[in-house]
Design a protein around this ligand. Sequence first.
Ligand SMILES: *[C@@H]1O[C@H](CO)[C@@H](O)[C@H](O)[C@H]1NC(C)=O
Ligand SMILES: *[C@@H]1O[C@H](CO)[C@@H](O)[C@H](O)[C@H]1NC(C)=O
Ligand SMILES: *[C@@H]1O[C@H](CO)[C@@H](O)[C@H](O)[C@H]1NC(C)=O
Ligand SMILES: *[C@@H]1O[C@H](CO)[C@@H](O)[C@H](O)[C@H]1NC(C)=O
Ligand SMILES: *[C@@H]1O[C@H](CO)[C@@H](O)[C@H](O)[C@H]1NC(C)=O
Ligand SMILES: *[C@@H]1O[C@H](CO)[C@@H](O)[C@H](O)[C@H]1NC(C)=O
Ligand SMILES: [Ca+2]
Length: 539
Amino acid sequence: MIPRVAAIVAALSGLVPGALASRTASCSKSTFKSLDLKGIKITSLDVTPAHNYSTSGRNATGGAGVIPDIPGSPAPTVDICFIAITYTHHGQKDVVNAYIGLPLNAKDWNSQFLMDGGGGWYAGGQPEVLSPVLAGYASSSTDGGHGVTASTGDWALTKKGDIDWPTVWDFSSVAIAEAAILGKMATKMYYGSEPKYSYWHGCSTGGRQGHAMAQQYPELFDGIVGGAPAVNWDKFAPAGFWGPLKAQLLGVQPPICVLEAFTNAAIAACDELDGVKDGIIALPGQCHFKASSLIGQKVQCVEPNGEITITDKMAELVAAVWDGPESENGRFEWYGFHYDSNLAAMIGTTCTSIDDCTISPFFVSDDWVKVFLARDPSFNTSTLTHQDYDRLFHQSVRQFSSVIGTENPDLSKMRRAGTKMIAWHGMQDQLVPTNGTVDYYNRVLELDSCAADYYRLFLAPGVTHCGFGPGFDPVETVLGTLKAWVENGTVPDRLPATAVAVAPSNTSTTRTGYLCPYPEVFTYTGGNPNEASSFTCVK
Ligand SMILES: *[C@@H]1O[C@H](CO)[C@@H](O)[C@H](O)[C@H]1NC(C)=O
Ligand SMILES: *[C@@H]1O[C@H](CO)[C@@H](O)[C@H](O)[C@H]1NC(C)=O
Ligand SMILES: *[C@@H]1O[C@H](CO)[C@@H](O)[C@H](O)[C@H]1NC(C)=O
Ligand SMILES: *[C@@H]1O[C@H](CO)[C@@H](O)[C@H](O)[C@H]1NC(C)=O
Ligand SMILES: *[C@@H]1O[C@H](CO)[C@@H](O)[C@H](O)[C@H]1NC(C)=O
Ligand SMILES: *[C@@H]1O[C@H](CO)[C@@H](O)[C@H](O)[C@H]1NC(C)=O
Ligand SMILES: [Ca+2]
């Protein structure tokens, strides 16, 4: 909606269409003194105008980089109004920092609002507002109640060693929604009009945050991008410790060259089942590669140097990571990883020699088991039995699913709010199992068979966590596709993505493909694999 008066002002002052505000209030404390929310107590408010502010830090952390750096050239600068708010919740001892960034000059504001999400334990911070502001949006972010350098042991536990629930809630959803509300309020105070459209854009933790907004606060956003969403957190976080546990139970910690031998053999066996030899297993359901087929094979390693023979225990370990965790008596606990994903993310080792290696677990899962489940940052995980693991897994679901699971399939509030969401997930994701997102989407469809009217999931063959890999990567196109859906009603029946070209028929180093809305499957139909027209979506 274009507020009538603002539209007339814009027309009279000869501004380009869409630039609604003609002038701003001053970028000073007095403009924002009435910023406040029910339930919070603001302890400090800083407002700073900055000219020619370098955006070089904008993709240093979780920010998905709405505008990527051009390597070799200096980072562009922005004129920006920074607002930093520190607050606590009544009756709690939490400390939350919210960051707001507004294009300093009204002419630079595109009349929209965009938040960029975090990654890992990082909820966000001041750098996350820079990309959006550079692109013309008003923006905000939050530290989610803990500093970027704070260890989980410090922020997630009270001094007595209990879970610090208010801070965990801040990280999980509360502070995210508050940053959105404060950011949108500040936008109105500064430019005199509400943002015309508001968006969320994030991957991994940022994808989970987007889904948390969709489930709980959909009215705050018109559109949400949730890439490789770390939803089902209560399950995928302990599941990420399955590999290290299994290695310890089997007494085997193979060097990375052995893991690569398994991955390469699986790709060699299954790559062409989808019709194209491109290092991508696009149809994993057709791949029945057995890790045990490598037992006895010799692997030449460079770092550490030497030859190593693959054992049955190594094969059992790799099969376990591919299959995902199951309980001691064989019950499914969570999904594993696809054959063409990088095994080193879960069971990578550092070695002093070819037969003396130590696994470095995925840090989120390691923290999860020690701090959130055992509630002891120095907990010694090397004594865990399979039964202990099952117990911790169940504890995780019981205590955390409603807090940070972000897996409520009831999106009826979002449907009523008119919000649209696009999720996408790389099929070579090595950190968050792709099929957990498929599981969530299926549960949404079970509740509402028409959910595709407002929420679509695109699986991206050959793409690793949040981008990269040989494959069909939609990072650069997904926000634009979402915006076209929200603003123009262009329903995303396809999502453009780029992949590494296949020699020798290529004329460029990249190729384009159009990803399919799940449950449709991206399928090769014949012809030049570098042409998008050689693929289609099969229902
Ligand atoms: C910002 O940079 C522009 C272009 O380089 C320059 O004209 C302007 O004076 C600078 N403004 C400030 C406040 O430094
Ligand atoms: C930002 O992203 C670019 C690629 O878009 C990359 O070359 C650069 O290293 C990144 N900067 C940081 C600080 O991560
Ligand atoms: C994920 O689900 C698909 C479809 O059910 C299946 O073909 C594939 O093997 C699963 N992958 C993993 C790693 O569980
Ligand atoms: C953890 O426990 C194992 C087995 O009891 C022991 O060998 C190891 O030294 C312990 N590690 C630490 C850091 O205490
Ligand atoms: C909406 O459609 C118009 C006309 O085709 C186009 O110029 C504009 O970029 C589209 N907006 C978005 C967000 O895609
Ligand atoms: C074709 O693809 C190969 C492999 O991806 C690449 O090395 C080569 O540079 C590409 N050729 C052209 C002409 O871009
Ligand atoms: Ca292939």
